[in-house]
Write a protein that binds this ligand. Structure first.
Ligand SMILES: [Ca+2]
Ligand SMILES: [Ca+2]
Ligand SMILES: [Ca+2]
Length: 624
């Protein structure tokens, strides 16, 4: 959080400069709902904190900070002013529910259901009993089954059925608030460090915001999206511009974990984990010129559904940069960019240095989209095609990608280009490889299947520098996608292609691997294909020692020579132990010594490389 705070402070300084206000006037408001001294009519100080975050939001002005202590805050926070930072301490929870535990509260209502008068801020859409989420029944209390609830919004009565027992004897949390934070029409607001849970709609919403930051929060159990960024289409068209969503953990939400839509521009979504949500990990519609980087998107799935992806860009999303993300074990494709046939398309989105593995459909899926660039991505062991280009997509360009073992059990392909998507299609410098099991084909293009890249090249002219050989990924089943020495992906990427990024998935620069010829294009000519570069392998040194002469008189100088020692990077030091108590450590590989007593001695050299790795060698010397 310290780096985040520095960033927040610098953003704050920029905003303050714009307001020509003095930072010295900024106020830090204290909120501590667990304090006996808390008072929303008080001073908002450490001695007399506010009880609610909403009170802090009501009084804070640009430049102020609202510090929130650990504890439960059952409220919807609607910031009133731009330029305010909300910081939650560890354990500061913003809950979208009210607690309805207590045996006196509930009355038996139906054979196995109980009821309670309940009139929260918004109608409950979720109820948990002892952390078990109940089924929402919308038709009437007579349709309740075990572990379900029904809310009568007219009579304002909540019915809960847990099979007969009084739910008040258990821990009951019932939905009460639409949002945890609802940042609407503001700029330079920061929401950071909170645990946001159980809202009737979304955990955190940013609507028509400018440079708003949502950072370092846990957002879970929202009925709909975890984090929502949007503009408006009606009554007027407005955008959300420059919103940052970074380093959040977003999970167990009822719809997509992170949702961008309706005029989201220049968003920066980075470093988030979005997982175990009941729709997409990240879903962006009508989102343009945004940067989506370094996110982990996994295990997103809708029970009984088939369409939850790791991330999806759709319906009017243009010029987005998607880089260094990993999507795995999602129900549908890892990464998808798609429009709606005949209605709206997407243009000029770039995917670079991403990894997509073990997803339920494609690794990367392009449909009803134009000018998509797929550069240096790795697609491994997805259920269907590794890269699927379909739905009349045009101008799709692939460079430096790796597709391995995709569609093995489904007759899929590492690369599939449908008959309507060959216009402007171009592929080169890619690796398409199947290890031989199953029914997969390496490539299907324009209705023809190819089991060899050479055949594909000869038939279509694509993949002039492509390869069908094994890239020797280190251990892809365990998440290690480094290409291996002797494989088809080393020192041979096209670094000159538009959109290429030298730094790999981990931020590591390309390395010239010794013994592998550099056959790439551009600078450097030794970048690797796929999302991950093989970094320098710093091997341990080898030590060699000769002693001359091996028979010598007392006092005679003998020479210990370790100059035949070797290291792949460099030897930092040589330590000579002559066996009579004389020891010297030096950078020169040659040492001399005269013995002062007779005997058979063992001379030992220990060489240490620049990485601190060592090796030793010995030789005997007889002094007479
Ligand atoms: Ca390399
Ligand atoms: Ca090389
Ligand atoms: Ca070394």
């Amino acid at each position: 959080m310290s780096i985040g705070r520095v960033l927040a402070a610098s953003a704050l300084a920029v905003s303050l400069a714009g307001l020509a206000a003095s930072p010295a006037l900024a106020t830090v408001w204290q909120v501590n709902g667990s304090s006996a001294a808390c008072d929303d009519g008080g001073a908002g100080t450490a001695a007399q904190p506010f009880c609610t975050i909403s009170q802090g939001a009501a009084v804070a002005v640009a430049g102020d900070t609202v510090n929130v202590a650990a504890g439960d805050y059952r409220e919807i926070v609607m910031p009133a002013a731009s330029g305010v930072t909300y910081t939650g301490a560890a354990g500061a929870r913003v809950l979208g529910t009210e607690n309805l535990s207590g045996v006196k509260l509930w009355a038996p209502a139906l054979p196995t259901a109980w009821s309670i008068p309940y009139d929260p801020d918004t109608n409950p859409r979720q109820v948990w009993v002892n952390d078990v989420r109940l089924l929402e029944i919308t038709t009437g209390p007579a349709d309740l089954v075990a572990n379900s609830f029904y809310y009568d919004g007219i009579a304002e009565i909540l019915y809960v059925d847990i099979g007969g027992a009084d739910p008040g004897e258990s821990n009951v949390e019932a939905g009460a608030y639409s949002f945890g934070f609802d940042v609407n029409g503001l700029s330079n607001v920061v929401v950071q460090g909170f645990d946001v849970m159980g809202q009737n709609t979304s955990g955190i919403r940013v609507r028509t915001g400018t440079n708003v930051t949502v950072r370092g929060n846990r957002v879970h159990r929202a009925r709909s999206f975890g984090i929502l960024v949007e503009g408006t289409a009606t009554p007027v068209v407005t955008v959300s511009d420059g919103v940052k969503v970074e380093s959040n953990d977003v999970f167990d939400n009822g719809d997509s974990g992170i949702r961008l839509r309706t005029g989201t521009i220049r968003a920066r979504v980075s470093g988030n984990d979005s997982h175990d949500n009941r729709n997409h990990g990240l879903s962006a519609t009508d989102t343009t010129d945004s940067w989506i980087a370094g996110n982990e998107l996994f295990r997103n799935a809708r029970p009984g559904g088939v369409s939850s992806t790791g991330m999806i860009l759709d319906d009017g999303s243009h010029r987005n940069q998607v880089e260094r993300n990993r999507a795995y074990a999602n129900q549908d494709s890892g990464f998808q960019v798609s429009g709606t046939e005949g209605v709206v398309r997407n243009t000029a989105n770039v995917f670079v240095r991403n990894i997509s593995d073990a997803n339920g459909d494609h690794g990367f899926d392009v449909r009803e989209s134009d000018a998509t660039r797929m550069i240096s991505n790795t697609s491994y062991a997805n259920v269907n095609d590794g890269f699927s280009i379909e739905g009349n997509s045009t101008g799709t360009v692939l460079r430096n990608n790796i597709g391995v073992n995709n569609g093995v059990l489904t007759g899929g392909n590492d690369l599939w280009v449908d008959v309507g998507s060959t216009l402007g299609f171009s592929a080169n410098y890619d690796v398409w490889f199947n290890s031989g099991n199953g029914t997969a084909h390496k490539i299907e293009y324009n209705g023809v299947e190819y089991d060899s890249v050479t055949a594909f090249r000869n038939a279509t002219g694509h993949e002039q520098q492509g390869s069908g050989s094994d890239p020797r990924l280190a251990n892809p089943g365990a998440g290690n996608f480094r290409p291996g020495v002797g494989g088809s992906a080393l020192d041979n990427a096209n670094a000159a292609t538009t959109g290429f990024q030298a730094l790999d998935f981990f931020g590591i620069a390309p390395v010239d691997i010794a013994g592998t010829s550099n056959t790439g294009t551009g600078t450097p000519n030794y970048a690797d294909r796929g999302a991950v570069e093989l970094p320098r392998v710093d091997a341990a040194p080898t030590a060699r020692l000769s002693v001359n002469p091996q028979f010598a008189r007392m006092g005679q100088q003998i020479t210990a020579n370790a100059s035949q020692s070797r290291d792949d990077v460099g030897i930092a030091s040589y330590r000579f132990d002559f066996g009579d108590g004389f020891v010297v450590t030096q950078t020169s590989p040659i040492a001399r010594h005269g013995y002062t007593r007779r005997g058979l001695f063992t001379v030992r050299v220990t060489v240490t490389d620049t990485a601190g790795q060592t090796a030793s060698a010995t030789s005997a010397v007889l002094i007479f």
